[in-house]
Design a protein around this ligand. Sequence first.
Ligand code: NIG
Ligand code: FE
Length: 421
Amino acid sequence: MGERVQKSSADEWDQVWIGAHVATMTNNGSAYGELKSAAVAIQDERIAWLGSTAEALDQAAAARRDIVRDAQGLWITPGLIDCHTHLVYGGNRVAEFEQRLCGASYEEIARAGGGIQSTVRATRAATFSQLHESALIRLRRLMAEGVTTVEIKSGYGLELAAERRLLEVARDLGERLPVSVRKTFLGLHALPPEFAADRQEFVNRVCGPWLETLAAAGLVDAVDAFCENIAFSLEETAQLLEAASGLGLAAHVHAGQLSDLGAAELASKWGALSADHLEYLSAAGARAMAAAGTVAVLLPTAYFTLRQTTPPPVGLLRDAAVPMAVATDCNPGTSPCSSLLTAMNMACTLFGLTPEEALRGTTCNAARALGLQDEVGKIAVGMRADLAFWRIERPAELCYGLGANPCAGVMHRGRMRGELN
Ligand code: NIG
Ligand code: FE
């Protein structure tokens, strides 16, 4: 059962966790890729060895017993990955929540200048530290549930300086906290009022000088566009995807949230890493995604908040073998949610994913949605030692509880964030 990486021997390990049940999320033939009564050895920031507890003890006996840590029967999964968030923003949209419950629709509020525009006003008015402070609260909540990688989109600035500030806050959070941050420039989120009379000029700036400036500053891992009737057209989205591709940047697309414009096909055509939402998706769209390897990122807490009634066609995605990820979409309008476990629960209860699909959706498939599948999202030799420890009986329990947090500890890049609790 023991698997060695070249040159890794027990005397080079920094730590070895024994007595764990490990959901490796590899395709080793068992559900969740599970290994019972297993051991995981860490060297620097990587997984150096994976095998049975007995074998690990044998090997470590010859080296130093002080590196042995007892996981006491906890489950270990890859650190969770929230691959779609709008974590950094000013203000909140509680008034709009109330309006919607009194009968107004998301689209009506958006067309009347509320919605995203109201968060843009609050975000432009906020300082770096105000944005940082509020985002930090949400990020800590995600991290407390075992999240070790988070994608953060801009998109509430919609002018160069404010977009830059959002991306700088995202970068700073990743530098200061034990969590990996991927930064996405969501330049085409909504048309800001100052460009109401000249939308082409706005699109040209986003796809040209703004993208180039932000990318040159190292603030952009990927781009994103909200492709929808109330936002940007297929042609406008294509302009951003083409510009990103010219700069060698990855892409995501908000596709099929409210209607099917063919955004999933467009995302696939440009080799986007993911198409996200997908409540409205045709069989042709699913086939195009499968052929391109574009991941379907499902966002059940946004569906829940908007009280939508048409779930994404999960059967179509399964039949076409499109990898499915699950994320929070954490944002003030459609998903005021900073709990990835809640998103996993709703992926099961509202969309019909199996608990194993939901966990693949926040580990290996979420890694793929960020282009990080060779680094994180699975427990295997050579992968980064980002791990979450859970006080659960079986992995499905991660999807079962509502408001429960069975996380007992987290390791990021080979370092425990504190002790097991
Ligand atoms: O993913 N759909 C576009 N963007 C966000 C919502 C943004 C907002 O309403 O503030 C989403 O749902
Ligand atoms: Fe979103």
